[in-house]
Structure formats: C-alpha cells, structure tokens
Design a protein around this ligand. Structure first.
Ligand SMILES: Cc1cc2nc3c(=O)[nH]c(=O)nc-3n(C[C@H](O)[C@H](O)[C@H](O)COP(=O)(O)OP(=O)(O)OC[C@H]3O[C@@H](n4cnc5c(N)ncnc54)[C@H](O)[C@@H]3O)c2cc1C
Length: 356
C-alpha cells in the first residue's frame, strides 16, 4: 500500500448519513473516501424521488430528487474520492491498525478510520410471489414509484399494509382516477394520520385480501386485471387496473457485517449497537444513520446529520487525540472564507441586476 492509497476516513454508503459525513470530514480536513454500491449517490431517497419531504430542518417541502441534489452538492464540497458501483463485502484491521476494506470487485481500500453508513444495507424489493409476474415489470408492475405523473387519471392497485404503501396511496390519490389498497391483515401498520387520510382521499381499502393472479391484456405485455382473494371467505373478485404498485418491503443484504473479521456488535438483526457519538464495539470504526442504534436515535434524515457529525468528530480524535471535539462552525471557519467571498460577489451582482 502506498501512502497516497491511505485515507483518514472511508465512509461506506452514500446516503444522507454518508454524504453529510463526507462534508463534515472535509470540514475537519480529513482525507475522505465514500464507497457506494449503487451507480448513484443519495441512498434510500432514490426509492422516492418524487415524494415531497416535509421534515428536514431548515428546508421547505422538497422532493426527494431535489434533496438528493442538495445532499450531493454539500457532500462533495471538499472533493472526497467517490467510488460508485462498488460493494464492500468485509472489513479487516491489519497488524498496523489500518482498516482494509474488501470489495466485490476484488479491490482493497485502506483507511485509518471507517464510518459505516449503510442504512438498511443494500435494498432489493420483495417481489410479488406469482409465477410469471416479472414479465410485467417492463410495463405496469412497479416496485418503486419513479414518476408520479404516469399515474395521472389511472386506476391503480397498491399492494402492502405498511407506511410505504399507505404513503403512495395518499400521494397517488391526488392525481389517479381511483386508488385501491390491498393488504392481508385486518389493519394497516402505518402512521395514524396517514391512515386517516386514506379515507379522506377516497382510497378504497381492501383488508384481508391478497392478489392471487394477474390477467394480461390481449397483447400479453400488460396487466389488465388483478384477481383478489378474500382471505376470510376464500371468495375471489377481479379488478380492472391500469397499474399495480407492490410495496411488500425490501430484502436487506448485510453481508458486510457477517463477513467482517472485526467483530461488530449488533443491537438486533438490523442495527449496529453504538453510542450517541457513533462509537461501535470496534475502535476506529464508527456508524451513522439508519444502521446505528443508540439511546435517542432518530430514524429520519434529520437524525442522520447529527450522527454523521458525531461519528466524524470521533474519527478525527481517533487519529489525532488532541484535535478539538468538533469542527469550527461554518460562519467562523477559515475553510469557507474564499467561498463566502465568491458567494457574496454573486449575491451582490444579482441584487445590482434586479435594481437595473
Ligand atoms: C418510502 C420511504 C419514505 C421515507 N420518507 C422519509 C421522510 O419523509 N423524511 C425522513 O426524514 N425520512 C424518510 N425516510 C427515511 C430515510 O430515507 C432514511 O432515514 C435515510 O435515507 C437513512 O439514510 P442513511 O444514509 O442512513 O441510509 P440509506 O439512505 O439507506 O443509504 C445507505 C447507502 O449505503 C449503501 N450501501 C449499503 N451497503 C453497502 C455496501 N456493503 N457497500 C457499499 N454501499 C453500501 C446503499 O446502497 C445506500 O445507498 C423514508 C424512507 C422510505 C423507505
């Protein structure tokens, strides 16, 4: 390994936690790398690019797509090295105390510290368990909603009883002709306010039902009707639909945890046990965002930011024990002086143009 290959911090995962960690580690003048499995940054928000997000501090209601744009702009402000399309498969620590990250492509990455920001792991949507259903994925069977506009004036069947299905039912009801929601249980498992909104929005809820067959249109390429079974009396009914959205959750690939030679203590099946400062059972390895569990954890985008800054501060002190506990706020930070000057110049030019 050459010195130039060694990073102060390597962040695994390029979602909100990873991106904010990259920004903050730049602020703390650490040589930073992000490794992301997907060919793009933004993490789970890519699952809901058109959803309007209301609960990120300091931002008016913003679409997922716009928020990703802001996060990436901020996260790359200090030019971290960004490696996309790369799955980290395991973490080792060598005799010199350097972390060695193994990847699916066979390359190795060396780092003094690591921040695990893998969210819920690599997500793969749970597919509809019906033979031949996959052939409709190119037409009107969806596992994510990429563009709300395509559902305008359509009859949409949504399958699933969790928050994601409920949110989409409410969201699509504003533009679709009709929205049906089918779920196997008696009740929905979602936020109370969102469940209440379903009836206000005219969504037809079909509890205790499941899809048992998809009937194609004459061209065989599109679903024309879905056959639903009533689980209480076994009767069936056909529903004519334009689109089917399946929200049955995700399989999570967390091989990285199981295949690592460092022993990462877990809180449960899903989360790493950590402190509110992002420390884990492995010295030098920190965690942030949805993967981290601690007392007071907020599983929201807003929660990612504090986790990320805390993890970076701890990583900084791991490398340089005498370094201050946190970075200088941006208004007093030397690193921003030149950028502030440029910003002010642009603002003044804009104001002058308005006056003219
Ligand atoms: C439908 C839906 C709606 C939501 N709405 C809101 C909302 O309105 N407001 C809100 O605050 N929160 C919302 N959330 C939650 C929010 O998206 C998460 O809290 C947030 O994305 C967590 O960020 P993260 O960076 O911890 O993880 P993620 O966003 O999951 O990012 C983790 C990244 O790590 C990558 N990764 C995983 N494993 C590896 C590996 N081995 N190697 C390389 N890369 C890897 C993944 O590909 C992913 O890009 C919503 C979530 C969903 C599913």
């Amino acid at each position: 390994m050459e010195e130039r290959d060694l990073f102060d911090v390597t962040i695994i995962g390029g979602g909100p936690a990873g991106l904010y960690a990259a920004f903050y580690s730049g602020l703390r003048e650490m040589k930073t790398k992000i490794i992301e499995f997907q060919p793009f940054l933004g993490g789970k928000i890519n699952v809901y690019p058109e959803k309007v997000i209301w609960d990120v501090g300091g931002l008016p209601p913003t679409t997922g797509e716009k928020l990703i744009e802001h996060l990436v702009q901020q996260g790359t402000a200090f030019n971290p090295e960004v490696v996309l399309n790369e799955k980290v498969t395991g973490i080792d620590k060598n005799e010199a105390g350097i972390f060695v990250l193994k990847t699916a492509s066979g390359s190795l990455h060396y780092s003094r510290t690591v921040i695990l920001a893998i969210g819920s792991g690599i997500l793969k949507p749970m597919k509809l368990n019906l033979e031949g259903a996959d052939r409709f994925e190119a037409s009107n069977l969806h596992y994510t909603v990429k563009s709300i506009g395509r559902f305008r004036d359509k009859t949409v069947l949504i399958a699933g009883g969790g928050n994601s299905a409920i949110d989409w039912a409410n969201e699509l009801s504003e533009i679709a002709r009709k929205v049906y929601l089918t779920y196997r249980k008696d009740t929905l498992k979602g936020h109370e306010a969102s469940v209440t909104k379903l009836s206000e929005n005219g969504v037809v809820c079909l509890p205790n039902t499941e899809i048992v067959r998809l009937i194609p249109a004459s061209d065989e390429d599109r679903i024309e009707r879905a056959v639903l079974r009533d689980l209480e009396d076994d009767s069936t009914a056909e529903l004519q639909i334009d689109d089917l959205v399946v929200c049955h959750g995700y399989e999570r690939d967390r091989d990285i945890i199981d295949n690592s030679n460092v022993r990462i203590e877990m809180k449960d099946e899903y989360c790493v046990a950590g402190t509110p400062s992002g420390e884990t059972s492995v010295p030098g390895l920190f965690a942030a965002g949805d993967i981290l569990s601690h007392e007071g954890k907020l599983h929201l985008i807003a929660g990612c930011f504090q986790d990320a800054a805390n993890a970076v501060n701890k990583a900084k002190q791991y490398i340089a024990p005498d370094a201050p506990g946190y970075g200088m706020v941006s208004s007093h930070n030397e690193l921003f002086k030149e950028r502030n000057r440029e910003f002010k110049k642009r603002l003044f030019a804009e104001l002058a143009a308005v006056r003219e």
